[in-house]
Design a protein around this ligand. Sequence first.
Ligand SMILES: *[C@@H]1O[C@H](CO)[C@@H](O)[C@H](O)[C@H]1NC(C)=O
Ligand SMILES: *[C@@H]1O[C@H](CO)[C@@H](O)[C@H](O)[C@H]1NC(C)=O
Ligand SMILES: *[C@@H]1O[C@H](CO)[C@@H](O)[C@H](O)[C@H]1NC(C)=O
Ligand SMILES: *[C@@H]1O[C@H](CO)[C@@H](O)[C@H](O)[C@H]1NC(C)=O
Ligand SMILES: *[C@@H]1O[C@H](CO)[C@@H](O)[C@H](O)[C@H]1NC(C)=O
Ligand SMILES: *[C@@H]1O[C@H](CO)[C@@H](O)[C@H](O)[C@H]1NC(C)=O
Length: 679
Amino acid sequence: MPWEFASNLEVLKSSTMSCKTLVCLLFLLLLKLAVSTSDDDLTFNGFSGANLTLDGIASITSNGLLMLTNKTKQMKGHGFHPSPLHFRKPPDGKIFSFSTTFVFAILSEYVGLSGHGIVFLVSPTTDLSNALPSQYLGLFNSNNNGNSTNHVFAVELDTILSSEFKDIDDNHVGIDINSLKSNSSHTAGYYADDTGSFKNLTLISGQPMQVWVDYDGRVMQLNVTMAPIRMSKPRRPLLSSTIDLSSVLVDPMYVGFSSSTGSVLTSHYVLGWSFKMNGIAQAIDYSKLPSLPRIKPKARSKALDISLPLASAAFVLMVVGAAMFLVRRRTKYAELLEDWEQEYGPHRFSYKDLFRATKGFKDKELLGIGGFGRVYKGVLPTSKMEVAVKRVSHESRQGMREFVAEIVSIGNLRHRNLVQLLGYCRRKGELLLVYDYMPNGSLDRFLYDQEKTTLDWNQRFRVIKGVASGLLYLHEDWEKVVIHRDIKASNILLDNEMNGRLGDFGLARLYDHGTDPQTTHIVGTMGYLAPELARTGKATTITDVFAFGAFILEVACGKRPIEVNAEREHIVLVDWVLENWRRGTIRETRDPRLGEDYVVEEMELVLKLGLLCSHPLPAARPTMRQVMQYLDGDAPLPELSPTCMSFSSMAMVQNEGFDDYIMSYPSSVYPSSTLSGGR
Ligand SMILES: *[C@@H]1O[C@H](CO)[C@@H](O)[C@H](O)[C@H]1NC(C)=O
Ligand SMILES: *[C@@H]1O[C@H](CO)[C@@H](O)[C@H](O)[C@H]1NC(C)=O
Ligand SMILES: *[C@@H]1O[C@H](CO)[C@@H](O)[C@H](O)[C@H]1NC(C)=O
Ligand SMILES: *[C@@H]1O[C@H](CO)[C@@H](O)[C@H](O)[C@H]1NC(C)=O
Ligand SMILES: *[C@@H]1O[C@H](CO)[C@@H](O)[C@H](O)[C@H]1NC(C)=O
Ligand SMILES: *[C@@H]1O[C@H](CO)[C@@H](O)[C@H](O)[C@H]1NC(C)=O
């Protein structure tokens, strides 16, 4: 209900009945104007007062935006028309033609970074509670993705390249049938009517854009078209496919939107929407659309200050008629270098060298895409040394000085279980970090999606001990305490001797600097986040220990911390291992690919230690020094029994469950003597 009406009604409460009724009538009339719906012809020019079925973190803002996600991380949101529609013509059951159009916008806190996207979907159910956020877009989970029993048709606007779903890039539109692996997809954009040439659109630009989805049931043709808002619908569709929806759509079906966030704070909005069965969806009335929240312009950055003089210098050069070539070269390789960076000279790489090393950041050299940016392989021009170059987009200069000081000091860290940071380079809006190249890539590739195990138990146990020792060094053995904040298998890299090395440490801090201390930005990954971290946003060495616990269970069991089983239930690894321990079958939780080839004592130690580290109560977790002693056999693991650890981590995957979770397990459940046993 719009604000003004709510308050008007309040004020009028005490006045006469007739006046109140009048206002109510007026209100209903206005509502009728804004939202006109019949069974199969929906039009929403803004969603004020709209009757939608919302779940997850979706809501309708006071000015009428359908806000599917609101900057919270690792979350999903859905908005459906509340009553289902009939897509089939009786008696033969042929699929009707339909048409829909909507205006959306994706607003991200950081320029050039986002997650994850918006989906228009036609679904047999509005209950998507088992779907996962992040790359699953709130549609499916790791178990049901691709299953034809889903009966879901969707058009995705995807802003992240998920290689597991064979995404073409990190800015695409795709047609999805029962699966996140799109049946057909195209880089976001449109074909201009006049020239016929393709124009890119950037989904995460924050600008409102319009999408049209048209299906012709007779010839089974599906067209998807997009354009900037207020432009007429381009004649040539972006995607045009022949798709038989008769095996996909059941009767009846719900229509609506889904969205999810990953590790970058992003808001996904739908401004207006219309849908029509057997006809052309009504045009959106742009003048009635609610406005998007204004993003506070970031404090004018030093980057701008520096590039401006550079630009005017370039201008003078041009006027004087100096070689254009030089100017172009200068901008191509332009860097940001400020006085305070002098002392970091030895740690500074030139952009030109990095550009050459990575062959101009060619896609062919791309090693992977992480939470913070793309990583490229490179060979330094003079030394011929192999390096990995991470490009982190970063607009704000606030805190940059502090951050560079920190990464340079981190560059001084030397430990055989840390990926060596060699240095950095700064450009406008971008930070480049140069690391030692790790030829064997990341650990998760060895744990998942492999038919046969490529890491035996000895190797796994060595990786676990190595990572523990690297983390202990960060926590206790260096002059400053470094909190890693994002320990997980994909952040562990393997060197040429298959030693586990921690990567990406300290990087999470980048997004903490220069931001409002009132807003906590939780960096981390679902399943590895300690409950108190999700609650308070404060990362500590003990929240690292929690993630380390999830990580070693991951290595021993060959399973992700949160998976979904055949019954579409979330399986939290910690709970499952604990349950097996209680039943006396803890060893059965080991990665089945290991067979009988493992050391029983080590396996049990790792599994129990994983549980202890992942204890929901921070005080019950050991320090990394203790962890190291347990792993080295220098101290016995404290006497634990599965019942004293009886807790359920299920709440972790439920949206706002953290507080309930702590409250429903009062500390009296844990006799403090058992808790302190590990300390
Ligand atoms: C996002 O949604 C959650 C859950 O509804 C709410 O608690 C939070 O205040 C919202 N945040 C913003 C920025 O709107
Ligand atoms: C919303 O729509 C549903 C389904 O059509 C209906 O049952 C419900 O009463 C409606 N709610 C309101 C507030 O109109
Ligand atoms: C698809 O889902 C059905 C029912 O949920 C299940 O029985 C079947 O095993 C699934 N198929 C695959 C390939 O996952
Ligand atoms: C469009 O995208 C392609 C591929 O990413 C890129 O090479 C090209 O420069 C982009 N064009 C515009 C106008 O942004
Ligand atoms: C899809 O696009 C093609 C090419 O513009 C057009 O001929 C066809 O009528 C369109 N189909 C639908 C269902 O809009
Ligand atoms: C989507 O693509 C898959 C694989 O290419 C194919 O098996 C399936 O039939 C397609 N679905 C439709 C409805 O065209």
